[in-house]
Ligand binder design. Structure first.
Ligand SMILES: [Zn+2]
Length: 408
């Protein structure tokens, strides 16, 4: 049986001990000691980290009443020195004790019973047995918890037995038999718990709610506790300071300035879209005038329409192809345009005309490093070789003319 130094003195980080058993499994060397400061994972609290004779402790687990220290390597002698990573341990002591305080406060405030808790690497969550909780209630819980932290109340650990639990005002029923460890924080919280806690509430430092989540129809409160809350405050202050500089604002008019700029951006986007539409119509008109005739008397409209989004390019191609629809002549349309870093292409034909798209895909798309497709009477896609633009337009005319010549 290993002596649990972590219960006797949770502040102790270094210890010497003797190896009682050692075996190897796929996770590493499993070591049992006669005494240990290493807390094994349990009660929602992760296992301690640290070293044994300089070898990394990768995990600590309780299995069938034994505490196994998993090591990367085999210790050379039976007498060891263990060192617990205090930053890691203290962080989780703050998370865990902070959670006790918050769960106690929530319970006392309005029967917000804690259903489950999770101590993650980034934050601690408390799921409560309610579908919702008002923002003011969360602020109240936060204020009350921080008051209790400021009062620096001792966090007591008391050993008792399961038949004597009636003497304790437990927040939730204890499901254990035999020896039971009770954690009591004045009249704020009292619960059976095997985890590690700070000696006083003051050591928790600070609790700060950073939001809520919905889970299984219930609310989960998300908290930054202890040093994490201070780090979170620092990070958010840095972000806000940068925003204040960027928007030449003060803290109290920052949101208003950002909202105004957003409205401005929406207005400009609308104007740009309207201008692009007009530009597309004008360009289409000019290209239409420059149309060339094919051997069968049809017309070919080819040209560049830069800075036009694909959607407008497509509309222009359809409109140009419809110009002569139903009349004696039809139109073959090939539009290309540079938009930012890429090339857009769009092809269309009047009703009744053929477009040899298979040939175009084979012979023309490689010229612009293009891809895409479509179905009669509209094809579209993008290309990455902008330098192939003119050759594409020229060859399009060639292909249409040779197709018409072959037919006649
Ligand atoms: Zn606890």
């Amino acid at each position: 049986m290993t002596e649990k130094l972590y219960y006797e003195n949770p502040g102790q980080t270094e210890f010497s001990a003797r190896i009682l058993g050692i075996e190897k499994d796929k996770k590493g060397w499993k070591v049992v000691l006669d005494r240990t400061c290493f807390y094994p994972e349990g009660g929602g609290q992760p296992a301690d980290r640290g070293t044994i004779n300089g070898i990394s402790v990768i995990d600590v687990q309780k299995e069938n009443g034994k505490i196994f220290h998993y090591l990367n390597d085999k210790p050379e002698n039976d007498h060891i020195t263990g060192k617990v990573d205090w930053d890691h341990r203290f962080d989780y002591m703050q998370q865990h004790t902070g959670q006790h305080i918050l769960s106690g406060v929530l319970k006392r405030m309005g029967d917000f019973d804690t259903v489950s808790v999770h101590q993650g690497e980034e934050y601690t969550t408390i799921e409560i047995a309610q579908q919702e909780i008002a923002e003011e209630e969360i602020y109240r819980a936060e204020d009350l918890a921080n008051e209790i932290i400021n009062r620096n109340i001792p966090v007591e650990a008391v050993w008792t037995t399961s038949d004597k639990l009636d003497a304790f005002p437990l927040r939730r029923e204890a499901k254990v038999t035999g020896k039971v460890r009770i954690i009591r924080i004045d009249d704020i919280d009292c619960v059976a718990c095997g985890g590690l806690h700070t000696a006083t509430t003051g050591e928790v430092g600070l609790v700060k709610n950073i939001g809520t989540e919905r889970i299984r129809g219930r609310v989960r409160l998300v908290w930054k506790i202890g040093k994490r809350a201070y780090r979170d405050y620092r990070q958010k202050t840095e972000i806000i300071s940068r925003l204040i500089d960027m928007f030449s604002a003060r803290l109290d008019d920052l949101i208003e300035k950002i909202e105004k700029q957003q409205e401005e951006l929406v207005k400009r986007a609308r104007t740009i879209s309207e201008l692009q539409k007009r530009l597309a119509e004008m360009s289409a008109g000019i290209l239409c005038e420059k149309a060339v005739e094919t051997p069968s008397g049809n017309r070919i409209v080819v040209g560049r329409m830069d800075d036009i989004p694909m959607d407008s390019l497509r509309k222009a191609a359809i409109k140009l192809a419809e110009e002569d629809s139903g009349k004696a002549v039809g139109v073959y349309v090939c539009l290309l345009g540079i938009e930012g870093e890429r090339l857009n292409w769009c092809l269309s034909v009047s009703e009744g005309l053929d477009l040899p798209f298979d040939r175009i895909r084979r012979e023309l798309l490689p010229v612009i490093g293009g891809k895409g497709g479509g179905k009669y009477p509209l094809w579209q896609g993008i290309g990455e070789k902008i330098e192939g633009l003119n050759l594409f337009l020229e060859n399009f005319k060639e292909i249409i003319n040779s197709m018409e010549r072959d037919k006649s």
